[in-house]
Design a protein around this ligand. Structure first.
Ligand SMILES: Cc1ncc(COP(=O)(O)O)c(C=O)c1O
Length: 449
């Protein structure tokens, strides 16, 4: 059979609520044209994020009933630890309430003011946590990533030559760690090849610099390696994932993505001394090291999710359904980051709306237009999110795991094509108020004429 089906059936459903165009106009005005500030009940299809929005399986719900809520030494922690160690091989597994908590602890332990942390592309919370620690976050994407239309199998790769130049220029002692984000979320959900992971590790090791993965979409990355990188056709996603982790000295992990959990994360390291410092910080703000800000039942859900996500049937469906959305809009001329990423489709709003300059936030304007037209929520990944660090003006349509069916995606395709047909009528925005960090969460906008 050629048809790729959702490899699950649905036993619990949640109604969706339609709104009228007039209501949506009012919600937009009340929210200052920031879709983060619209109540979820007023969203028809929510593609804001794939983070924490997945549907859990019957096995995960069953495991949650086993949650051991002991303050110290919870059995749920040891089940999580075994699951993470089987996959990653890391000695220390430190649970956190989500990925950014792992980042904050890692950077506060490892970074000093004036230091620099390179990454293929830092996610917004990663960048903000590094800057909070007084260090500088530097993006070193491969040159192919600069052209959103270029079709390269591993556009998430880091530019290894640029990494070597950076180490040369800064000096080894000013680089406390090197990171790679798999898949590269802010760079279009693009995968990183095993060859690149190995090359970055080699450079890091030759200078004695620790190498970490920001690993929250490790399974999607592993699937792309199996599909696209010569030599891995016969490998299982789990074997590939284990190989990816084998190069790293540690990782940060948001369990809200490829672990199918609604909350959770962890920080791993091989280094005993670092682990002790990290656990001390953990106790201050997250909790005792065997729960780290999570309930025992959350630890159980993550332990099971880490196993389920590596099912080849699931990964085949997941990547095919994202590609389906990308193909159906790009065939009609909508410029997307090519090739389609793992968890999301990114529309290049800079290309689609050339009449809106970047100072007027074309991707934000597109996000508003799509909500106004069809009640679909997406997110700007451009100058609102990254300010002057933005390399592109992208609109991300992130697909929650195991939540929407093909007819939902067909609706999204239809809506995008209708907005595309009227793209010349879309106008830009100016910011009227904004917070210091992570302004996309709370900035308010005014439409321009
Ligand atoms: C690549 C990447 N790193 C880190 C994070 C932060 O994880 P969390 O949202 O669990 O704090 C995210 C979240 O979207 C992400 O995509």
């Amino acid at each position: 059979m050629k048809t790729i089906i959702e490899p699950f059936r649905i036993r619990s459903v949640e109604p969706l609520r339609h709104t009228t165009p007039e209501q949506r106009e009012q919600f937009l005005a009340e929210a200052g044209y920031n879709l983060f500030l619209i109540e979820a009940k007023n969203i028809l299809i929510d593609l804001l994020t794939d983070s924490g929005t997945g549907a859990m399986s019957t096995e995960q719900w069953a495991a949650m009933m086993r949650g051991d809520e002991s303050y110290a030494g919870s059995q749920s922690f040891f089940r999580l630890k075994a699951s993470v160690q089987e996959l990653t091989g890391f000695r220390h597994v430190i649970p956190t309430h989500q990925g950014r908590a792992a980042e904050r602890i890692l950077f506060h332990v490892m970074c000093r003011p004036g230091q620099t942390v390179p990454n293929n592309t830092h996610f917004d919370t990663t960048r903000a946590n590094i800057e909070q620690a007084g260090a500088r976050a530097v993006d070193l994407p491969c040159p192919e990533a600069a052209d959103t239309q270029a079709r390269h199998p591993f556009k998430g790769d880091m530019d290894v030559a640029a990494l070597e130049r950076l180490i040369e220029a800064e000096g080894r002692e000013r680089i406390p760690l090197i990171m790679l984000t798999v898949t590269n979320n802010s760079g279009g959900g693009q995968p990183v090849s095993l060859a690149n992971i190995a090359a970055v590790k080699q450079v890091a090791a030759s200078h004695g610099i620790p190498f970490y993965l920001d690993a929250c979409r490790f399974a999607e990355n592993a699937w792309f390696i199996q599909l696209r990188e010569p030599g891995y056709k016969a490998w299982s996603p789990k074997q590939i994932a284990q190989k990816m982790f084998s190069f790293a000295d540690g990782c940060t992990f948001s369990a809200k993505k490829d672990a199918f959990a609604n909350i959770g994360g962890f920080l791993c390291t091989q280094d005993d001394r670092l682990a002790d410092q990290e656990k001390e910080l953990l106790i201050l703000t997250e909790g005792f090291p065997t729960y780290g800000g999570l309930a025992g039942r959350d630890l159980e859900a993550i332990a099971v999710g880490l196993h389920e996500v590596l099912d080849p049937d699931y990964l085949q469906y997941r990547i095919a359904s994202t590609e389906y959305l990308g193909r159906h809009i790009s065939e009609q001329g909508v410029p997307i980051v090519q090739p389609p990423g793992g968890h999301a489709i990114y529309i290049d709003a800079g290309l689609m709306l050339p009449h809106i300059p970047r100072q007027q936030f074309p991707a934000q304007a597109l996000a508003v237009a799509l909500y106004r037209h069809a009640g679909i929520r997406s997110v700007e990944i451009g100058s609102v999110m990254f300010g002057d660090h933005a390399r592109h003006e992208l609109l991300r349509l992130a697909i929650p795991r195991r939540v929407y069916t093909q007819s939902h995606i067909d609706y999204v395709v239809e809506a995008i094509l209708e907005v595309y047909a009227r793209r010349r009528l879309i106008r830009g925005f100016e910011i009227v108020s904004e917070p210091v960090f992570l302004r996309h969460f709370a900035a308010r906008f005014r439409p321009l004429q």
